[in-house]
Design a protein around this ligand. Structure first.
Ligand code: PLP
Length: 392
């Protein structure tokens, strides 16, 4: 008797629930006339000069594999950018790996680091891919719940209290998806001290670093003594509106980058050459376009924040990324009920907070990577629902 496919599938994969966000997007796709504040991607098209660089590279015949590590010129540009912005220096020949987005960089870093049963500390609410990627790598997720009362910011004390002999690494994401929280330098220094005291590795996903509106982003690897124990992940998806191009990178100790590259060369070979050429153009000439987009996100951030507070929904001020995370408990609905009711009754899509872990319950994630016109209309519709629920 042959086995069914379900019996054949690796139980780790079979038993993994599908992403809460995907389930919701499927519902959105089936509903007409929806304004979506659900997706986590820029509403801008990649600036023209970046697209043009890609077209030009094709004209010149750049259609082959690159080095497994990525185009050397791109790695040099990444190193220069990090040195100029954060004063942190990586050797482009041994300490930088170009990947297919931060998504692949994270997968490679975890697979290269995590041994079966190793514990990975993850502040929660957290980006939906983190826990599954850790589990697929054979690790155990240890969530560190954060709440609105602490501004969704992790504390060094929380990290310290969660450490066991199996704790191997801490996965940070600031500016944060889904809350928009940013960790200040002092808190990061305290966390760095705990990491050093317990010999933890820090994977720092800084994909939203340039989208920081209040204060300044602190690159974890730039803190004293942290470059040695940090794997820095970043990419082009958010800052340069390049989600579909699929380019990111990892920076870290040469021995570790070599280990990641080993997996990468067997499983992916390299990131697409045309996308790497476009990323190079983004680093060379993309700063002013990026700054324009950041100014626009900031304008929308203010609109959204005030609208939630006017509706009577408590909302912590998001300081980075392009998400607001209002609390919806006053409506008497759970996160999922609120998101489903809003979709069905008002045709507005947001993501229920529990998609980001249990500590996201009571909140919804609203992306303000949408035009001011769409945002205004979506907020009016949301206010209608909130009023119907008896708030204000
Ligand atoms: N990390 C975070 C925190 C994200 O929010 C996302 C996408 O939403 C990613 C990584 C994926 O990045 P990339 O497009 O570079 O794979």
């Amino acid at each position: 008797m042959s086995k069914t496919w379900c019996e054949r599938i690796n139980p780790v994969v079979r038993d993994m629930p599908p992403s809460g966000i995907r389930r919701f997007f499927d519902m959105v796709a089936e509903t007409k006339g929806v304004i979506s504040l659900g997706v986590g991607e820029p509403d801008f098209v990649t600036p023209w000069h970046i697209r043009e660089a890609c077209i030009y590279s094709l004209e010149k015949g750049y259609t082959m594999y690159t080095s497994n590590s990525g185009l050397l010129e791109l790695r040099y540009a990444i190193a220069r950018d990090l040195a100029d912005t954060y004063g942190v220096f990586y050797d482009p020949r041994s300490e930088i790996l170009v990947t297919v987005g931060v998504s692949q960089a994270l997968d490679l870093a975890l697979r290269a680091l995590v041994c079966p049963g190793d514990e990975v500390l993850i502040p929660e609410p957290s980006y939906v891919s983190y826990a599954p990627t850790v589990i697929l790598a054979g690790g155990k997720v240890v969530p560190l719940p954060t709440g609105m009362e602490q501004g969704f910011c992790l504390s060094a004390h929380q990290v310290e209290a969660a450490i066991t002999p199996r704790t191997k690494l801490l996965l940070l994401c600031y500016p944060n998806n889904p809350t928009g929280a940013v960790l200040d330098r002092k808190t990061l220094l305290e966390i760095a001290e705990v990491a050093a005291a317990h010999d933890l590795i820090v994977i720092s996903d800084e994909i939203y670093d340039r989208l920081t509106y209040v204060g300044q982003h602190t690159c974890v690897a730039s803190l004293p003594g942290m470059k040695e124990r940090t794997v820095l992940l970043n990419g082009f998806s958010k800052s340069y509106a390049m989600t579909g191009w699929r380019v990111g990178y990892a920076c870290g100790h040469g021995d570790f980058i070599a280990a990641m590259t080993k997996i990468h060369q067997y499983t992916m070979l390299c990131a697409p050459i045309t996308a790497q050429m476009a990323a190079l153009e983004a680093l060379k000439n993309g700063r002013s376009g990026m700054e324009r987009m950041v100014r626009e996100y900031n304008r929308r951030r203010n609109v959204v924040l005030h609208a939630f507070r006017d509706m009577g929904l408590p909302c912590f001020e998001p300081k980075g990324a392009f998400y607001a995370f209002p609390e919806i408990r006053v409506t008497g609905l759970t996160s999922e009920e609120f998101a489903e009711t809003l979709l069905q009754e008002e045709k507005v899509a947001v993501v229920p907070g529990n998609a980001f872990g249990p500590s996201g319950e009571g909140f919804v994630r609203c992306s303000y990577a949408a035009s001011l016109e769409d945002l205004g209309e979506a907020l009016r519709r949301m206010a209608r629902l909130v009023r119907r629920r008896g708030v204000r």
